[in-house]
Design a protein around this ligand. Structure first.
Ligand SMILES: *Cc1c(COP(=O)(O)O)cnc(C)c1O
Length: 401
């Protein structure tokens, strides 16, 4: 048998499929990483325990206690570090806890953070309930309308982005924004959940930290809550590690396993989400009741050129604005859907619809309309079935639209 080709020469989809595969013992072994569930670690003797402890405090990724995670966690961390092209990964119990970890690790009393106004809305609650109490100032700005350089203050420590943004998928110029921030010594973090880490590698474009809700596309099956933070340097890894330990964060080995299993099919699922979502977005564009469709892969989307430059594909999220409908009529439309579920979250195999809250839209400078917006997550069903469901809902709710 010939040796496997060097890993670097393999395509990233191939690397993702084989990341973390366990070594063979006595000529055989399982295909998959074992689920190593444990609350603690046993040592041969006190010297071995001390050695592990020292290596760990020196920054080495070894476990001296269950909370640090063992083989399953390591395999997932390695796979997402490879996916995002980073230095080290941290696994958290939800996407929101990944965001909070980054904020608490990098910000101290008196610090200022600039946050893009289209970010995942619960970040604002972390700000109002926790960061303000700690004397940290968060300022929201529009990365496409405001001049970043003039917003940076001497105490600005963090630029926090999300591209494309939640709900309206505003594509940000991550390379340009990162260059301005880094020039002034400001760390750049960005939420990369939309792309699953597969269609977009923000660390290669100048960001220092990539955050994902693995709850969404990495899991892919609506059966997992998990967050992932990938950092680009040992210095940031040390900062994150200190906060991660202090907060006592960890995830269960079963959940690490599920995320790793999801990663194996991420590229094929996302390709299908894109095909289905494109078909639905094109259908929506032709509906007289619809005034705008938000989907960066559409040539008419304002973010299309940036998306083409910085992304290799588009996800399954499509939002649209009604031309005239009242909020009640938009709700009637959503209620008339039969195949789409109604609910928050997204990234699973199934299609979901959600009527956007107007106050969420108004927080976002990109939003210039006043008609209701519906967010669709286009799943892996046959797109013709989804289009038929949307068509019957438009017909059913027609008198109100
Ligand atoms: C869902 C989501 C999160 C939060 O993830 P949870 O696992 O639900 O806490 C963070 N960022 C974005 C963009 C999301 O869509």
């Amino acid at each position: 048998m010939t040796a496997a080709p060097p890993r670097k020469r393999l395509h990233s989809a191939t690397r993702l499929l084989h990341a973390g595969a366990p070594a063979l013992r006595d000529g055989a072994g399982p295909v998959n990483v074992p689920v190593v569930r444990t609350s603690t670690v046993r040592f041969e003797n006190t010297a071995a325990q001390a050695d592990h402890h020292h290596r760990r405090t020196a920054g080495e990724r070894v476990a001296s206690y269950g909370r640090h995670g063992l083989d399953t966690h390591r395999a997932l961390e390695d796979a997402v570090v490879g996916l995002e092209g980073g230095h080290r990964a941290f696994l958290t119990p939800s996407g929101l806890s990944a965001i909070t970890l980054v904020l608490l690790a990098l910000l101290s009393p008196g610090d200022h953070a600039l946050v893009a106004d289209g970010v995942y809305a619960p970040l604002r609650r972390v700000d109002s309930t926790l960061l303000q109490r700690l004397g940290i100032t968060v300022e929201y700005f529009s990365p496409t309308h405001d001049d970043l350089a003039s917003r940076l203050r001497p105490n600005t420590r963090l630029l926090y982005l999300e591209s494309p943004s939640s709900l309206l998928y505003e594509v940000l110029d991550v390379p340009a924004l990162s260059a301005v921030a880094r020039d002034r010594g400001v760390t750049v973090a960005t939420d990369n959940t939309w792309s699953g880490g597969w269609f977009h590698q923000p660390l290669a474009l100048g960001a220092n930290i990539s955050i994902q809700a693995a709850t969404k596309y990495i899991s892919g099956h609506s059966d997992l809550m998990q967050g992932i933070v990938v950092v680009d340097s040992p210095a940031l890894a040390a900062k994150l590690s200190t906060a991660y330990e202090a907060l006592g964060l960890t995830i269960g080995a079963d959940d690490a396993y599920l995320a790793l299993r999801g990663l194996r099919t991420l590229p094929v699922r996302l390709a299908q989400h894109q095909r289905n979502a494109t078909a639905v977005a094109e259908f929506l564009q032709q509906q007289p009741q619809v005034s705008r469709v938000f989907y960066p892969a559409l040539p008419t989307d304002p973010g299309h050129a940036l998306w083409k430059r910085d992304f290799s594909g588009a996800s399954g999220l499509v939002s649209f604005e009604f031309r005239h409908a009242t909020p009640a009529a938009a709700n009637a439309f959503v209620d008339a859907l039969r195949l789409f579920g109604i609910g928050a979250s997204w990234g699973g195999y199934e299609s979901l619809a959600l009527a956007a809250q107007p106050e969420r839209l108004r927080e976002h400078r990109q939003w210039t309309g006043d008609a209701p917006v519906v967010r669709l997550h286009i799943g892996l069903e046959e797109p013709q079935d989804l289009i038929a469901d949307l068509a019957q809902a438009f017909a059913d709710a027609a008198p109100a639209l």
